[in-house]
Design a protein around this ligand. Structure first.
Ligand code: GDP
Ligand code: MN
Length: 414
C-alpha cells in the first residue's frame, strides 16, 4: 500500500525525522484558513498524488506571497497531473501539501528497503539526490552508496557512520569509529554550525527514525528524495515516500486507515473490498481462476497460444456465487477485454457453485464477449450441466491447453 507525501512526513515526524512543517489542504479555502500556521513566505504548494516526478510535471510550485499561494493552490487542485510514472491518463489532484519552503543548499537521496538476495535491510544513499535519481543509478552507479543492516543486529550508529562517510558528512571521521560517543571521537571538530559532525549526527537520527518506522510498521520502502542540507546546516526530509507490505496491514489499523482509495486503480480497489486478488494487465483475455499458482499457469498458457492476459485474478479457494459475480463485473468493466477464460479446479471449491456464479453473472451483466470455461474437480459433471443448460454461449473446454487455444481464437474474432 502506498500513502501520500504528507502522510509519510507525519509518520517520519513521529519517529523524530526532521521534515519541513506544512499542512494538507483540499481547497483554496483550507489554504486561506491555515496559511498563517506555516512559516513563510515563501511556501511550496505540492500536488499530493501517488506518484513521483511531480515537480517536472508542474505539480510543485514555489509561492512568494499569499496571493501566489492561493493562486497555485487553485491551479494545482483539480488539475490532471501527467508524470513519468502515471501514464498518459495522469492523475487528478484532490489534495495538496502547503509547506514552508526550505532554503536548499544541497539535495541528497536516502532510502531504506529490503535486499532479498542479501537477506538484509539496505540503506541506499546518494549525494546526487533530487529529481533525477533513476538517471543517476543507471548512468553513474558508483554515485549510489549502499549500507547493509543485518536484521539480527538491527540499526546501529556505525551504519550511520558508514553512510555519513559515503555522503561526505564525516569530515575526517576515522574508519570504524562510531557516532554514539561523538565527544571522544571528534573532540573540537564540533565547532561551527556546518561542522560535518553535526550533519553526521543528524543523519544518524534520521536513519534511526527511518529504520524504526520501517520495522515497526511493516514498510517495504521508506524513501526520502530529496533529503536536503539547508543553508542553515540542517538536514530535512522535503519529500518522502513510504510503501507498506499489504500482508502486514492487518497488524496496523493506524496505517490501514491512511489508505486513499481515490489513488488506486478503481478495479483493484473494488477487488480488494471483495477479497479478490486482482491485478490489471494490458492484454485482452480476461482470466477468472481460483488459486494464485493456477492463475499464473493460466496466464502463461494464454501467452503460449499467442494471446495476452488482461488481468491476474484469483477468486480464492472458497468463492461464493456473489464473489464470482463480482469478479466477472471487474473483468468486464475493463474495455480492453475481448474474451474471458474461466479456469477452475474444484478442490475445496465446487464446480457447480462456480458454474452458477458464471451463469448468474452472465445473465445480470449481459456479457457480450466470448467465454471459454474449463472446469475440473469436485462436482465437475453438475457444473458442466449447469453451463450447458443455461442457454448462454459459454464454450466448454476439456483441458487447459484446449481452453487457452479456444479463447485466444475466439477473442481474436470478437
Ligand atoms: P517529486 O518531483 O514528485 O519528487 O517532488 P519533490 O517533493 O521531490 O520536489 C521536487 C523538487 O522540488 C525537489 O527536488 C526540490 O528541488 C524542489 N523542492 C521541493 N520542495 C522544496 C522546498 O521546500 N524548497 C526548495 N527550495 N525546493 C523544493
Ligand atoms: Mn522527490
Amino acid at each position: 500500500m502506498n500513502i501520500h507525501e504528507y502522510q509519510a512526513k507525519e509518520l517520519l515526524k513521529t519517529c523524530d525525522v526532521a521534515t519541513d512543517a506544512g499542512f494538507m489542504a483540499q481547497s483554496a479555502g483550507d489554504v486561506e484558513k491555515r496559511l498563517g500556521e506555516v512559516h513563510g513566505p515563501p511556501w511550496v504548494i505540492k500536488a499530493q498524488v501517488h506518484s513521483g516526478g511531480r515537480g517536472k510535471a508542474g505539480g510543485i510550485k514555489l509561492a512568494r506571497d499569499q496571493a501566489e499561494a492561493f493562486g497555485f493552490a487553485n491551479q494545482i487542485l483539480g488539475m490532471t497531473l501527467v508524470t513519468a510514472q502515471t501514464g498518459a491518463k495522469g492523475r487528478i489532484v484532490r489534495k495538496i501539501l502547503v509547506a514552508e519552503a526550505a532554503k536548499v543548499d544541497k539535495e541528497y537521496y536516502l532510502s531504506l528497503l529490503i535486499d532479498r538476495a542479501a537477506a538484509s535491510y539496505v540503506f541506499v544513499g546518494s549525494t546526487e539526490g533530487g529529481v533525477e535519481i533513476e538517471k543517476v543509478a543507471a548512468e553513474t552507479p558508483d554515485a549510489i552508496a549502499r549500507v547493509y543492516v543485518d536484521p539480527l543486529s538491527g540499526f546501529r550508529t556505525y551504519h550511520a557512520a558508514e553512510m555519513a562517510r559515503k555522503l561526505g558528512f564525516s569530515g575526517d571521521l576515522p574508519a570504524g569509529c562510531s557516532l554514539s560517543s561523538p565527544k571522544r571521537m571528534f573532540g573540537s571538530a564540533q565547532a561551527g554550525p556546518l561542522a560535518s559532525i553535526g550533519l553526521a549526527k543528524q543523519l544518524s537520527a534520521i536513519m534511526a527514525g527511518m529504520f524504526k518506522l520501517f520495522v515497526e510498521k511493516d514498510a517495504s520502502l521508506v524513501e526520502i528524495n530529496p533529503l536536503v542540507k539547508t543553508k542553515e546546516g540542517k538536514l530535512l526530509a522535503i519529500d518522502a515516500k513510504v510503501n507498506f507490505d499489504d500482508n502486514g496491514l492487518a497488524r496496523h489499523p493506524d496505517i490501514a486507515a491512511l489508505r486513499d482509495v481515490g489513488e488506486e486503480d478503481p478495479n483493484e480497489a473494488q477487488a480488494s473490498k471483495h477479497d479478490l486478488s486482482y491485478i490489471k494487465l494490458d492484454g485482452t483475455i480476461g482470466c477468472l481462476v481460483n488459486g494464485a499458482g493456477l492463475a499464473m499457469a493460466t496466464m502463461d498458457i494464454v501467452k503460449h497460444y499467442g494471446g495476452s492476459p488482461a488481468n491476474f485474478l484469483d477468486v480464492g479457494g472458497s468463492a461464493s456465487i456473489e464473489k464470482v459475480t463480482e469478479a466477472f463485473k471487474i473483468i468486464l468493466s475493463d474495455s480492453a477485454v475481448k474474451g474471458i477464460l474461466v479456469n477452475i479446479f474444484g478442490g475445496i471449491m465446487k464446480c457447480d457453485v462456480i458454474a452458477e456464479g458464471i451463469v448468474a453473472a452472465s445473465k445480470t451483466l449481459g456479457v457480450k464477449v466470448p467465454i471459454v470455461a474449463r472446469l475440473d474437480g469436485t462436482n465437475v459433471e453438475q457444473g458442466k450441466r449447469i453451463l450447458a443448460d443455461s442457454g448462454l454461449n459459454i464454450i466448454p473446454a476439456g483441458s487447459l491447453a484446449e481452453a487457452a487455444e479456444l479463447i485466444v481464437k475466439e477473442a481474436g474474432r470478437f
